[in-house]
Design a protein around this ligand. Structure first.
Ligand SMILES: [Zn+2]
Length: 250
């Protein structure tokens, strides 16, 4: 039975290594998800700023055109001064000229205000664009590396599973099935634990003395009454027993 227990120990070690890789395999796509979200947010921020600048430039352009029209109008109306016949006409013309001048002045102020806003947005863009672009590139490299690692891990886990299944064939079927059942019901992926000094190495429960003595004898499968792990004798006992067996052989 000691031999079967040793095989179970090896099987558990193989499963531990497979579980470790499975954990990484689960974590990598989650990390990629986070990186992709970050990249969309960074790209969105850059796009928003660029759009805002475009919008402001369009606003400015509209006013520049209005101002051009206003200046032409002013030129035309000033030219009419020579055709004035009386005081009334003169006053009307002066009022009109004043109105156009005021309108043009307001447009100029608006254009300057918009230009200031564009400058602020452009310097904000300058400030973050380089950083954002570098970060996006870095994240993309990381995502590619993660995808590569996933492919490698999948291949390697596939090989490990084949090897593990091959090895489990060498264990007595009833014992191998029992191990498998415990493993599938286990919360932490453990089906095997070493019992040491009356304590289960998996859940730390104190074991009844009779059970512990049976474990030390290692002539049948004993399980922890609490976590259901198959219990192995502590290594030193095993070595002593192996030495005894060696002694008997001589
Ligand atoms: Zn236990």
């Amino acid at each position: 039975m000691q031999k079967e227990l040793n095989k179970l120990k090896t099987l558990q070690e193989m499963d531990d290594r497979i579980f470790e890789k499975d954990d990484v395999l689960e974590a990598l796509p989650e990390e990629n998800e986070t990186l992709l979200t970050e990249n969309s947010e960074l790209e969105e921020k850059l796009r928003e700023l660029r759009d805002a600048i475009t919008l402001k430039e369009e606003e400015k352009q509209k006013r520049v055109m209005l101002l051009q029209k206003g200046e032409e109008k002013l030129k035309t109306i000033t030219g009419k001064q020579t055709a004035i016949k009386n005081k009334e006409e003169y006053q009307t013309l002066v009022r009109e000229i004043d109105n156009i001048k005021r309108f043009n002045r307001e447009l100029e102020e608006e254009i300057h205000e918009i230009e200031r806003e564009i400058e602020i947005k452009k310097s904000e863009l300058d400030l973050i664009e380089k950083d954002h672009k570098a970060r996006i590139k870095e994240n993309k490299t990381r995502i590619d590396a993660n995808n590569e690692e996933v492919a490698e891990l999948e291949a390697s886990v596939g090989k490990m599973l084949d090897k593990r299944d091959g090895f489990s064939q060498s264990i007595r079927p009833a014992i191998s099935r029992k191990y498998q059942r415990i493993l599938e019901n286990s919360a932490n992926g453990k089906a095997i634990a070493v019992a040491n000094d009356y304590v289960c190495g998996n859940c730390n429960m104190k074991l009844p003395p009779q059970l512990y003595n049976n474990i030390l004898k290692a002539d049948k499968i004993e399980m922890c009454p609490n976590c259901q792990c198959i219990l192995l004798p502590p290594p030193e006992v095993k070595e002593e027993r192996e030495a005894e067996v060696e002694e008997k052989k001589k």
